[in-house]
Design a protein around this ligand. Structure first.
Ligand SMILES: *[C@@H]1O[C@H](CO)[C@@H](O)[C@H](O)[C@H]1NC(C)=O
Length: 181
């Protein structure tokens, strides 16, 4: 496929400098990164993230109230250079999907009724801001018992100001959209 020169340079500039900043021995291959989709269930007040959007549709999530919203960023399906597991836990009693890289938090969540979910797979992200990655902000709503993740600074502020969420931490770092092949 051939792109006009101007368009191509725009794409490269928007591509988180990964093409130039990439250090082969310390970064995962951007071409391997896949979209990590975000779905929301309004009756349950629960945000759920998965790379497997087909499972979301074919497993009948929409009849249960799940709606696909957007893409958090790009993640890896295997542990590439510089990455570590983003653990996924789920608590069916409070209907909350919870994601963390912190093994102490995994243990604490397990003691609070959360179970580790490796279906379909555990995904991998960067624990520090390297290789052109961007922060994943984690927010929490106590009234909704909802862990919410976004890479959008404006959305983060909107959820704090208008939706009753509070800042918790930066969970890790994902590649922005446009950083894949
Ligand atoms: C992991 O979580 C524990 C418990 O919340 C916290 O004390 C610790 O600082 C966290 N570690 C990192 C690296 O964020």
């Amino acid at each position: 496929m051939k792109f006009p020169t101007i368009l191509l340079s725009t794409v490269i500039a928007a591509c988180c400098q990964c093409a130039m900043a990439l250090k082969p021995r310390t970064c995962g291959a951007p071409a391997d990164a896949v979209p990590f989709y975000r779905a929301y269930n309004s009756p349950r007040i629960d945000h759920w993230y998965t790379y497997d959007v087909n499972a979301l549709v074919s497993n009948g999530f929409n009849p249960q109230g799940w709606l696909l919203q957007n893409v958090l960023g790009l993640v890896f399906l295997t542990e590439e250079e510089g990455t570590a597991p983003l653990f996924h836990l789920y608590n069916s009693v409070v209907t909350d999907n919870f994601y963390t890289m912190n093994t102490s938090e995994v243990t604490a969540a397990q003691q609070n009724g959360y179970l580790i979910n490796t279906n379909p797979v555990t995904v991998y992200i960067y624990p520090t801001q390297v290789c052109g990655s961007v922060p994943v902000y984690r927010l929490y709503s106590a009234t909704g018992t909802d862990n919410f993740y976004t890479t959008s600074e404006s959305e983060r502020l909107d959820f704090i100001t208008n939706e009753g969420y509070t800042d918790v931490e930066i969970t890790g770092y994902v590649l922005p959209l446009g950083c894949t092949g």
